[in-house]
Design a protein around this ligand. Structure first.
Ligand code: HGY
Ligand code: MN
Ligand code: MN
Length: 405
């Protein structure tokens, strides 16, 4: 990222070393762990340099205000946390672009007629506590506060304890209508997580919709035993059963055109080389164009998984951990933004990736800008955007802010 060291994307270069994951590759930046704390401090310092007033809300989201806070504010931003071994752009590009757009407006002598803020959401990826878009769900009341407080990370630390260690009051986690009411409009700029813009030969798009999606835990239970002393016939090995269930997940999605289903994380209990596992947790991420199709996909997966694990004498329990219905961004807003940015030269594109803007859309007018990703790859170190396209994204965001403020 050395080519970014100067100019409009210097912010990305400044955080280039933060949270690098030598084992997985890419970045692992998880809520309130060292890398995330460093990124939060970096954001406060960066925003402070622009004269923005930085506050942390009750749920750990960071707001940097240009002038007095709300109401009817135009708010823009994204997130700084990552998936395990993630790329450099998913989240940070939206934060850096928001700061840069504000810096440009300030440098041009522009005086906003509405409040404006840059917003950084906490735990967008759900990589530490399992629920994606946790900060925006908490802000909007989209998750019950008691349930959120009880979420545990891989080390058994609760969100409540973790929040306390980060200086928040756990009793105050949850819906924050006063903070939310300050937002008149939210815009999230994001690297595209797909090849829509590559195929169209355009650098920037406005988002049209987000697939319905959710996460489910499949717990496969068998019989733990000795790897050497237990004959192969009659074993009830839940890891072999889980492997069959995972193939069933893939087949179910292949049979539902337009849907996606993934198992990207397993926990083998107890997890010894010479131990037949007693149980396996497999996390399912399932997505489809409508709520009903997604529900039908998961119902089909559950049925197929029950049959698949029975081959190995095992059982499976399916528990829903999170759900986000289909998001259709306000077509009027999409149309207006496209008109401001150049009409048909700026396509409207759907996405299969979830975003805080999608969660906010249920409560406040919300929109997204996508920046071309030539690899089409995301949630991987190969995620990429050319400097020129990132600059085009900042140009678009600045244009929108100028027209709205
Ligand atoms: O998982 C998602 O879709 C998002 O990137 N958090
Ligand atoms: Mn992501
Ligand atoms: Mn993201």
């Amino acid at each position: 990222m050395s080519e970014l060291a100067h100019g409009t994307l210097a912010g990305l270069a400044e955080i280039d070393d933060t949270g690098r994951d030598a084992r997985r590759g890419g970045y692992s930046r998880h809520l309130w762990q060292n890398a995330d704390l460093e990124l939060r401090a970096w954001f406060a310092e960066r925003a402070g340099r622009l004269g923005l007033g930085v506050e942390t809300d009750r749920n750990g989201n960071l707001w940097a205000w240009w002038g007095e806070p709300g109401p009817d504010a135009v708010v823009t931003g994204s997130h700084l946390d990552s998936v395990p071994g993630g790329g450099a752009y998913d989240g940070p590009l939206g934060v850096v672009s928001a700061l840069e757009a504000v810096a440009r407006l300030q440098a041009s002598g522009f005086t906003p007629s509405r409040p404006c803020a840059v917003l950084v959401f906490a735990e967008e990826e759900g990589s530490r506590f399992g629920i994606a878009c946790l900060g925006s769900r908490l802000l909007t009341g989209g998750i019950d506060a008691d349930r959120a407080r009880a979420l545990v990370d891989a080390d058994g630390i609760t969100l409540a304890d973790s929040a306390r260690r980060a200086g928040l009051e756990p009793a105050h986690l949850g819906a924050d209508p006063n903070a939310l009411a300050r937002i008149g409009l939210f815009i999230e700029l994001h690297v595209e997580q797909g090849r829509g813009l590559v195929d169209l030969g355009r650098p920037v798009a406005v988002a049209s919709s987000i697939l319905a999606h959710g996460r489910w835990r499949l717990t496969v239970t068998g019989q733990g035993n000795h790897a050497g002393a237990t004959p192969m016939p009659g074993r009830r090995d839940p890891l072999v059963a889980a492997a069959r269930a995972i193939v069933a997940v893939q087949d179910a999605a292949l049979n539902h055109p337009g849907s996606r289903a993934t198992v990207g994380r397993l926990e083998v209990v107890p997890g010894g080389t010479n131990v037949i596992a007693s149980s396996v947790h497999a996390w399912l991420d399932a997505r489809a164009p409508s709520d009903s199709e997604t529900r039908a996909l998961v119902a089909g997966i559950e049925e197929a998984a029950i049959a698949a694990v029975a081959v190995n004498g095992c059982s499976v329990a399916v528990t829903e951990e999170s759900w986000t219905g289909t998001v259709t961004f306000d077509p009027d807003l999409v149309g207006r933004f496209r008109a401001v940015l150049g009409g048909s030269r700026v396509p409207a594109l759907p996405t299969g990736a979830g975003h805080d803007a999608g969660v906010l859309a249920a409560s406040v007018p919300s929109a997204m800008l996508f920046v071309r990703n030539p690899t089409g790859v995301s949630h991987s170190p190969e995620e990429f955007a050319e400097v020129a396209d990132c600059v085009a994204g900042i140009d678009a965001l600045e244009t929108l802010l100028r027209s709205l403020l």
